[in-house]
Design a protein around this ligand. Structure first.
Ligand code: PGA
Length: 255
């Protein structure tokens, strides 16, 4: 099988970090490091930094993503942002269903599915996050949990649209904890995700979908994780906030 059937995508998830001046400095730092990247480089930034990021990355190969999107087109949803609002300012990607959204903001597979459909309908590329809790891994139900999330989160999404969707496997116990999944664990679950996609759609569709690993990926462990057959890049939190570290990851993903 051929890994070049799909794009390697390295995406930074800045979470609730960086004021505008701080964001400008970080983007200036990333730009030269991304110049010769042989992978797609995405920075997912807080809403207040989106316009700045889009402006500053014009003419570069860095793409900009948001960290969430609402599923309705408009209306009385105080504090929410629609997909059209994002595309209108030039945003191309959006993270959906991050475990922090599921854990702290009541996000469910149903709302993840609705947000994913809304993003696709507006022409955004969703990065849909799935992954098991530590307790679920210890109980030996990782496969069931992740396959269930994939089925629910992608419910009624066409094969054409699923090819535009990025899946990020992020074991919840590895996010921001410094506890990284071994490359075998990452490959095992990313392969399970691809097999689930093959059952739901077809092997051809499954082969075309980018599946990232996320959770404490850093300059020391990225090479081994990114070398796995079913790992097509990463979703990076902490290490995306420092240009030099993110640069090492971009270089590793370009190999
Ligand atoms: P981390 O975050 O790299 O800081 O573990 C990853 C993520 O939450 O996407």
């Amino acid at each position: 099988m051929d890994k070049s059937l799909r794009k390697t995508i390295l995406a930074g998830n800045w979470k609730m970090n960086k004021t505008r001046p701080e964001a400008k400095a970080l983007i200036e730092g990333i730009k030269p490091l991304a110049e010769n990247a042989d992978c797609e480089v995405v920075i997912c930034v807080p809403f207040t930094n989106l316009e700045t990021a889009v402006e500053m990355t014009k003419g570069t190969n860095i793409k900009v993503g948001a960290e969430n999107v609402h599923f309705e087109k408009s209306g009385a949803f105080t504090g929410e942002i629609s997909a059209d609002m994002l595309t209108e300012i030039g945003v191309e990607y959006v993270i959906i269903g991050h475990s922090e959204r599921r854990q702290y903001f009541g996000e469910t597979d149903e709302t993840v599915n609705k947000r994913t459909k809304a993003a696709l309908a507006a022409g955004l590329k969703p990065i849909v996050c799935v992954g098991e809790l530590l307790w679920e891994r210890e109980c030996g139900i990782t496969e069931e949990v992740v396959a269930r999330q994939i089925k629910l989160d992608l419910f009624n999404i066409s094969a054409e649209d699923v090819k535009k969707t990025v899946i990020a496997y992020e074991p919840v116990w590895a996010i921001g904890t410094g506890k990284v999944a071994t490359s075998e664990q990452a490959e095992e679950v990313c392969k399970l995700i691809r097999d689930t996609l093959a059952k739901l759609y077809s092997q051809d569709v499954a082969n075309a979908v980018t599946i990232q690993y996320g959770g404490s990926m850093n300059p020391a462990n990225c090479e081994e994780l990114l070398a796995q057959y079913d790992v097509d890049g990463g979703l990076i939190g902490g290490a995306s906030l420092k240009a030099d570290q993110f640069g090492v990851l971009i270089a590793a993903a370009s190999k």
